[in-house]
Write a protein that binds this ligand. Sequence first.
Ligand code: BES
Ligand code: ZN
Ligand code: ZN
Length: 496
Amino acid sequence: MIKLSKKKVENYTGDMVAFLVRKTADRAPSCVNHSTQAVVDRAYALGDFAGEEGKYLMYYPEKSGSLQARRVLVVGLGDGTLSREMFRKAGGTVAAAALKTGTKEIFVQVPDGLDFEVNEMVECLTEGLLLGAYQFRKYKRASVDEENPPGRIEAIELGAGDRSAADHGLRKGRVAAMAACAVRDMANEPGNVWTPSSFAEFGRALSGATGLTCGILGMREMKKLGMGGILGVNSGSALSPVLVTLEYQASKKSPTLLMVGKGLTFDSGGISIKPAKGMEDMKYDMCGGAAVLAAMQAVAAERPKGLNVVAIVPATENLPGPAALKPGDIITIYGGKTVEVANTDAEGRLILADALAYGVAKYKPAAVIDLATLTGAVVIALGHHRAGLFANDDGLAARIIEAGDRCGEPLWRLPLGKEYSRQLKSEVADIRNVSNNRAAGSITGAAFLQEFVGSTPWAHLDIAGTAYDFTEKTYMPKGPSGIGARTLLEVIRNWK
Ligand code: BES
Ligand code: ZN
Ligand code: ZN
């Protein structure tokens, strides 16, 4: 669907060619194509287009001119410092303009002579184009959806001078974008379709296609292992829980990175039931699990050297069935810690506790990163613009922040500490699953998870505010953002 072109832009006969231009002080932006330059000059003279970031100009060239494509799009890059995100957004703008018109084929001319690495420029353009072209139309019949033209973007070609650098960037961008789109596909499915066993099927299929090792624990194995967290949360649901593991081994002696993702396929709150308003969004409570599996899809494609990578997804629904956990119940997590479940809506931490404790014991990882739509409180703290980051290790935190910045998935670190952990003291068990007040809700959630990783370097990403309804960007649609998979991949790519 996206490839490097062997053609010159002048010879492309498809639906649209796109040029990216910089804004320049007191002059029209300059474009490599002469006939397009004349159009840009006229638009600039009228004050309609000066190459501002996010703005574009579209026209329909004459067949006899120097361009054969049916449409020409000129996208502004603005005059700010060039950045990876700028190219991602430009790719998203091209995709949006294509979707608005009936454009199915696009040729994007990669700009020459900008002070920016061609491979990174192409990597990010590719991400922006593919993420921006994403649509989820599975349950919409064309006749019902009159607002959106039924077309989709079928073929994207990139024209670049430095083909080997461009090829490198294109491969990276494509792998990353496909991972994020896989997260969106899983998250867009409703709770009656994407169930715990869907995670198992995804893991098995990925293993079959790539040779990653996939393990599936069902209810029986969980009982044997003493995974009282996931079993407890599952007890109100008619569907069996699963715990999916996917393993990539670079070599026996390489260190292991463990990724754990919350796979709550629907969170009603359980007996501590949530209000009806907005509850439908709780089908997105599996976005952390989706992100770690999608990251494994990318790992399988890239086969990094020197790092083993393992993903674990504990998956269940949280429903108030007749056997459901009740406030006050005490359960035992893998490894033996007991938890007083004061609120059954704080269920993510219960299933993650089993998965973290099990993963740390089984894989002895050099580091653990978990991703979870864990708390509404993180939305209050950071809004929909940054995910919350918690870590017991500064080096790991720094790596993840850097990776998030490079990916356009920004994070903000929040503290941990004894004073917060103390809020989880229980009178009757080792620990309570919630504090008895609402203060620092995201931190106490993280502090709970911290109890189950021992001294292993660990980081927790609370993506409740960014997994869906993420900051609007040209390449971020309404609905699930697919956040997390690209950041994890970036951490893995830059491990050593
Ligand atoms: N899945 C929710 C968190 C959530 C809230 C995700 C909003 C996305 C958007 C989680 O399981 C939950 O319900 N957390 C409770 C914790 C509380 C009971 C301490 C919350 O945030 O209210
Ligand atoms: Zn909940
Ligand atoms: Zn939840």
